[in-house]
Design a protein around this ligand. Structure first.
Ligand code: WT7
Length: 654
């Protein structure tokens, strides 16, 4: 990586937002000494957190590190569902709402911890009756409904390993994940609501399984939703209605004792090659860190209503819709549908309806809200909010400030949380009662996490220099391996720095003079333009900083002279004219903000950017378009027509 950095003012580092004295006074953790305490002895610190869980048998060793393989709380035994449900029944939380559900059509349900306990017990009985036992894999292909959490917890109750597949994935993706995990059972629903339409999940499941394409699947459990049950095709002997199976299942299933290092779940993420990676998480360490980060990052109180807008099909949904909140005995909101259905104020209406106090969403959603305009927020009382969170990609300062002003009304701290499917839980985030935030910086590691920014040789980079983010010590919720492919696990995450045993996160980063961490996007998102290191994110940030721009995606296109040329795909805000004049203005704007070498060579206006179903801009596809290549794999794309439209447009513009 070149030493020359052209990152600068547009990252927004000039503004600092300390927590208010009122926030500090009530914060779960307000003494900055915790950072030193945890750093002095991370294992002792994590053991304190682990002790907050219920263990059936205590561990004998906190951490066993045989690089690159870690074990945490070795010899300990526990049960996740007992920790997330049963133990709260012995307290005043028994009658507290565990899950508040808002369906897209407006149907609503509240499950108390007692209700959740009853449902998890019953469904654990269903799985047992279907022959599922400890260590077996169960694929869960469900929408954002309480049964997704119930099915996950039921698996943990009997020690089965779940593999949740996002409900928006295709039959091919589902089949590939079922076969890689060798699941015995699929749990799905007949349908689900999305923008007023019915998504027919059972049909997709059938398409995945048909013709014996998934030989390990013995049974399919189907929850009835959104479709008249008589209109659903059920394969005799293979497919069963959830409610029917419950009629003949035992009402009680005792939680089994699971080893701390037994499998909890597999979650597939896309890799740089075509084949998805099965990120494998185990029990004790994962639950410890999910619980710790949930309680401290979000400053959770018993009175909070926490809403994480992520789907349970992503790790954010695993850790901050299900395991973190329920281990902590919190109240979590689950919403089934789209943010703009039936209107663009749905999220704000929902926050007002339930009095949501802590709200956690993604920068891509925030940029959509910006594009839609503040009138949708102004219709609603958002005064219940007291803390906001961001996750999924670097948040550009413009979006951060908009979120702060228009959603938080300038009195909610914002926690920008950096982590990955692989890390299982937050790794870099402010503690909101301690750390003053800077828009666009995820600030500093969570206590007990040891990481650094290094150069290509693995040596720490000085302040202000771009480098690579590495994690130096094992952490409780780290992935243990890639399911069925330990070689790939070693290659992808641990081979880059060899003997140094550093976890290579794949993200570029920089630490400023105050020690704040600035994430710069995936390292493959860094452009080399005429020998200069330019982050795609930085140019995007500068573009979005212009009042006419709603969203921008920037890629480096191969250029004979400069190595790479900067190519920007831009969507404009409602009411703006996307024309030649604006192209000139925007090029000049970026030039002024970042310096002339950062001026985009091409700017292309488009109505939509191609995104994965989890909301990440698919830069690889944009690169293919800009370089005139045949389009690669588009299976994870939310709307494939976006790409073909863009390709036609780009060709015309040349
Ligand atoms: C990648 C991991 C973590 C759950 C959702 C994504 C990027 C994530 C941030 C952030 C900058 C971020 C990184 C990371 N990322 N959060 N706050 N600031 N970048 O999980 O799909 O495994 O993606 O998302 O590039 O490596 P994932």
């Amino acid at each position: 990586m070149s030493n020359e950095s052209v990152m600068g003012s547009s990252l927004g580092g000039d503004r600092v937002f300390p927590p208010s004295p009122e926030f500090v006074a009530q914060a779960n953790v307000a003494d900055a000494a915790i950072y030193q305490t945890a750093a002095a002895d991370p294992e002792a610190y994590w053991a304190e957190w682990a002790k907050k869980l219920d263990w059936i048998e205590p561990w004998t060793e906190v951490c066993q590190w045989n690089p690159p393989h870690a074990k945490w709380f070795v010899g300990g035994k526990l049960n996740v569902s007992a920790n997330c449900v049963d133990r709260h029944l012995k307290t005043a939380r028994r009658n507290k709402a565990a899950i508040i559900f808002e369906g897209e059509p407006g149907d609503s349900r509240v499950l108390t911890y007692q209700d959740l306990w009853r449902e998890v017990n019953k469904f654990a009985g269903v799985l047992t009756n279907l022959g599922v036992t400890k260590g077996d894999r169960v694929t869960i292909y469900l929408p954002m409904i309480p049964e997704a959490a119930i099915a996950m917890l039921a698996c943990t109750r009997i020690g089965a390993i779940h593999s949740v597949v996002f409900g928006g994935f295709s039959a091919d993706s589902l089949r590939e994940r079922i076969n890689d995990s060798k699941s015995k059972v699929v749990v799905t629903s007949s349908g689900s609501w999305r923008r007023g339409n019915i998504v027919r999940l059972k049909d997709t499941t059938d398409a995945a399984l048909d013709g014996g394409a998934c030989p390990t699947i013995e049974n399919v459990v189907v929850l009835s939703r959104a479709i008249d049950p008589t209109m659903v095709r059920m394969v005799e002997g293979r497919d069963h209605w959830w409610h029917r199976l419950e009629e003949s299942a035992p009402r009680l299933t005792e939680p089994v004792a699971v080893d701390s290092e037994d499998g909890l779940f597999i979650l597939y993420t896309s890799g740089s090659t075509g084949k998805p990676k099965g990120i494998y998480h185990t029990t004790g360490g994962y639950l410890t860190q999910a619980n710790a980060t949930f309680q401290w990052t979000f400053d959770i109180k018993d009175t909070d209503i926490f809403w994480c807008t992520a789907d349970v099909g992503w790790v954010t949904g695993h850790s901050y819709v299900v395991y973190g909140p329920l281990a902590a005995g919190a109240t979590v909101l689950m919403y089934e549908g789209a943010p703009d259905w039936p209107a663009r104020d749905r999220f704000w209406a929902t926050i007002e309806k339930y009095g949501v106090s802590v709200f956690y969403t993604a920068p891509t959603a925030i940029r959509s809200f910006m594009k839609w305009g503040t009138e949708h927020l102004e219709k609603h009382d958002l005064s219940s909010l007291r803390l906001l969170g961001s996750v999924g990609e670097p948040i550009n300062p413009e979006a951060w400030l908009w979120y702060h002003e228009n959603v938080g009304h300038k009195n909610c701290p914002i926690v920008d949380t950096w982590w990955q499917t692989e890390t299982g839980a937050h790794m870099i985030t402010p503690l909101p009662g301690i750390v003053a935030t800077k828009p666009g910086s995820a600030t500093r590691p969570f206590p007990g996490i040891t990481l650094a920014v290094v150069d290509e040789e693995g040596n720490p980079t000085p302040a202000g220099k771009d480098g690579l983010l590495v994690i130096q010590k094992p952490w409780p919720s780290m992935l243990r391996t890639l399911w069925g492919d330990d070689e790939r696990y070693k290659n992808v995450y641990w081979s880059k720095f060899g003997e140094k045993n550093l976890y290579f996160a794949g993200d570029g980063a920089r630490q400023d003079e105050d020690g704040y961490l600035w994430l710069l996007g995936r390292v493959d998102d860094i452009m080399l333009v005429a020998g200069h290191n330019i982050s795609t994110m930085e140019v995007e940030s500068a573009l979005v900083d212009h009042h006419a721009v709603a969203e921008a995606a920037v890629i480096g296109r191969t250029d004979a002279i400069k190595g790479q040329a900067i190519c920007a795909f831009v969507t404009v805000k409602e009411g703006q004219t996307a024309d030649e004049a604006l192209i000139k203005v925007l090029k000049a704007h970026v030039g002024v903000k970042l310096g002339p070498i950062c001026r985009p060579d091409d700017i292309l206006f488009t109505a939509e950017l191609p995104k994965t179903r989890s909301g990440k801009i698919m830069r690889r596809l944009l690169r293919d378009i800009a370089e005139g290549r045949a389009l690669g794999d588009t299976t994870t794309l939310a709307d494939p027509s976006v790409v073909s439209g863009l390709k036609d447009k780009y060709e015309q513009s040349e």
